[in-house]
Design a protein around this ligand. Structure first.
Ligand code: NDP
Length: 333
């Protein structure tokens, strides 16, 4: 059983050298009396929150153990009455070829297989629920509103932008390369996009794209971008704080200086977690599958092959190497 192991606690952002691949023997049967399932991992999801789990904090991954995260897997043996061999599932698993899952109640069974299975790490999985809950529930969007999304070409951002376009909003995204900016404008249908690395004056870039201000900011990055957005919000605007990836490597996060703008603008800022909205998953799935099948939503993935590629793929989230949802394919079926 090939596994990706955390060597030692990480202090800043994870790097490829923080992990190594190990091989251990495994029995392809659930142990006698075990109430869980044995799964074969097919697709592993690289998500920014995993960097936090590699730090020396309660509830994190211990050095010497395998990396844990979301993934798509196939049940190959079951000691649980609700699961049988051949069931496809998505949920939390380990970064290894085969995993014993002791609480399979947390896994979601996959029923729709006319779409790529890897989508259950992204648009049909946790990042999808993040975009759905964060945009429709936290941002309370209305047709015609002005929406800004940062890290806009990523797993979550590309969906938020497309949901906003489908609702009839004006949508602008920021991303870190020319290629990503092209994707935003030409593949995902954003109205405008800018490369924040080439335009370090974020306030000027936002004023150019939003001469009348921003109603909704879906924040994936925090830091200086959030500060610039605060100065450009419209009255009663909403900021959904989804994540702050620009700060994940800092032990002391940068200060945000323009919070006072919320007062005069009577704007709100609200943090949220995808898990808050999992009860809406069936409703979301119905909506988004229909959009995918009609070609109204596209989803860009960046798939690397093999567990050996996983450490670099995960580290790449923090340098912007990924183009779209970062997935590691361990096996096809
Ligand atoms: P992405 O697929 O967008 O990958 C991360 C991207 O972040 C990179 O490609 C890079 O894009 C950008 N990035 C990296 N470092 C920086 C930086 N210093 N400044 C600005 N941008 C940077 O990841 P996800 O879509 O999975 O996640 C997006 C955000 O959503 C993250 O903050 C994550 O933590 C959060 N999240 C929150 C959840 C919740 O429940 N609240 C659940 C899931 C995700 P670029 O080249 O454009 O810089």
């Amino acid at each position: 059983n090939k596994q990706v192991i955390l060597k030692d606690y990480v202090s800043g952002c994870p790097e490829e050298s923080d992990m190594h691949v190990n091989i251990v023997a495994v029995t392809l049967k659930v142990p006698e009396g075990f109430n869980g399932v044995l799964v074969k991992n097919l697709y592993l999801s690289c998500d920014p929150y995993m960097g936090g789990r590699m730090k020396n904090k309660p509830g994190g991954i211990k050095p010497g153990s395998s990396i844990r995260g979301h993934g798509v897997a196939k049940v190959v043996d079951s000691g649980h009455p609700d699961f049988k061999n051949g069931d496809l599932v998505w949920g939390i698993t380990n970064w290894e070829e085969y995993s014993l899952i002791d609480s399979p109640e947390s896994l979601h069974k996959i029923e729709h297989t006319d779409v790529p299975l890897s989508y259950y790490t992204g648009i049909l999985g946790m990042p999808g629920m993040t975009a759905y809950g964060g945009f429709y529930q936290v941002c309370s969007p209305e047709k015609g509103q002005y929406v800004f999304v940062s890290a806009a070409s990523g797993a979550v951002g590309q969906l938020v932008g497309q949901f906003a376009k489908l609702l009839g909003c004006y949508v602008v995204g920021s991303a870190g390369t020319k290629h990503k900016v092209d994707l935003l404008k030409n593949k995902f249908g954003f109205d405008h996009a800018f490369n924040y690395k080439e335009e370090p004056n974020f306030d000027a870039a936002l004023k150019r794209c939003f001469p009348d201000g921003i109603d909704i900011y879906f924040d994936n990055v925090g830091g200086k971008m959030l500060d610039a957005v605060l100065l450009n919000m419209r009255p009663f605007g909403r900021i959904a704080v989804c994540g702050m990836i620009s700060q994940y490597g800092n032990n002391q996060p940068e200060g945000v200086h323009n919070l006072m703008a919320l007062v005069g603008k009577q704007a709100t800022m609200e943090g949220f977690r995808a898990a808050n909205y999992y009860h809406l998953y069936p409703k979301y799935l119905e909506m988004v599958l229909s959009y995918i099948r009609q070609g109204k939503i596209v989803y860009v993935e960046d798939i690397t092959e093999g567990l050996e590629s996983a450490p670099a793929a995960l580290a790449g989230l923090f340098t912007g190497r990924n183009v779209g949802k970062q997935v590691v394919e361990v096996a096809r079926e």
